[in-house]
Design a protein around this ligand. Structure first.
Ligand SMILES: C[S@@+](CC[C@H](N)C(=O)[O-])C[C@H]1O[C@@H](n2cnc3c(N)ncnc32)[C@H](O)[C@@H]1O
Length: 311
């Protein structure tokens, strides 16, 4: 795609679009390198299609989106979605399949997602920071932000910023890891001060070399019941999805690959600061009440979600 579909232009701030450049179909506003180059970009390059439902032949992403948004499958049809922080594009694929028109933003490294997602007039990739988005306020039917805000330098500011782009009476879905004891006191947050400083390729190699042993150890603990699960969660530094129901037919080799991916994803990012429920509430009240958007904040030991309530 050499030109962008003109129907997308109405969503852009005219002054900002003048400073953009079109590069192989990606409309770029930010530099090609960012703090996520080397960690998220490295993962995208090494495992570009791993998380795609269409490739791994599961419904894991679809089910995750539907259960986390609490919206019906048909709700997405014909909606204009601003996807904030699309990564390699596994959610983009689902949103498009559900019939939405999507603008997917990431701060850098969109080349991989651009290869992964089939070109369609319903979709556009935009390289920009969530802290400096090039769109008009109050433009989108849905602002969708999944597994992103904790990885930005200022999650509160990002939340305040992205909510401005949803239409009055529109819809919103924002996910953050929860800042519960269960999340914050596990191996990841004890190791991160060191691991986020290790060169990404070295850290990746370290995780890869130890992945078989860690997989065996964590399977052993899973078999011990609840105590084993607690030991795995707090002390074994490997994300083992052997027990996820959608993955039950996948080979151990594939589960280990996913584990390497997600363990690196946990240990390498420069930023990982889950937003508290309290911050979600105060920011959302301020912005969404004015836009007449009914919403709820759902939280459990692992995640916190801001989502609009659909009647
Ligand atoms: C954990 S990945 C999640 C990707 C995708 N949403 C998913 O669920 O697979 C986080 C993404 O947020 C992007 N990101 C981080 N900070 C950003 C910012 N300030 N602006 C735009 N994207 C950002 C990263 O580049 C990365 O692709």
């Amino acid at each position: 795609m050499d030109k962008i579909n003109k129907s997308f232009l109405i969503f852009f701030d005219k002054k900002k679009i003048k400073n953009s450049r079109l590069d192989n179909g990606i409309l770029k506003f930010s530099p090609d390198f960012s703090y996520s180059t080397g960690n998220f970009s490295l993962l995208r390059e090494k495992h570009s299609l791993l998380q795609f439902d269409s490739i791994n032949k599961t419904s894991h992403r679809l089910n995750t989106i539907l259960s986390r948004t609490n919206w019906d499958k048909n709700f997405f049809k014909n909606k204009i979605i601003l996807e904030c922080g699309c990564g390699a594009g596994p959610d983009t694929e689902i949103l498009l399949k559900l019939g939405a028109k999507v603008i997917s933003v990431d701060i850098a490294g969109l080349e991989v997602a651009n290869k992964n997602i089939k070109k369609t007039s319903n979709h556009l990739f935009v390289q920009a920071s969530l802290l400096d988005l090039p769109f008009k306020y109050d433009s989108f039917d849905i602002v969708f932000c999944h597994r992103v805000i904790q990885h930005t330098p200022n999650p509160k500011k990002v939340l305040k910023e992205i909510l401005k782009f949803v239409k009055p009476k529109g819809n919103i879905f924002v996910h953050s890891y929860s800042n519960s004891f269960y999340q914050m006191f596990r191996w990841k947050y004890f190791m991160r001060p060191l691991t986020k400083k290790i060169k990404p390729n070295y850290l990746y190699g370290l995780i890869e070399r130890n992945s078989n042993s860690l997989f065996i150890i964590s399977n052993f603990f899973f078999k011990l019941g609840i105590i084993g699960k607690i030991i795995n969660h707090f002390f074994i530094p490997f994300l083992n999805y052997r027990n996820i129901k959608e993955f039950k037919n996948k080979s151990n080799k594939w589960i280990i690959e996913y584990g390497i991916h997600d363990t690196f994803d946990a240990l390498s990012p420069k930023y990982d600061m889950p937003l508290s429920k309290k911050s979600f509430i105060s920011i959302s009240n301020n912005i969404l009440n004015q836009k007449n958007i009914k919403f709820e904040i759902f939280t459990n030991k692992s995640i916190t979600l801001l989502r609009s309530i659909v009647d």
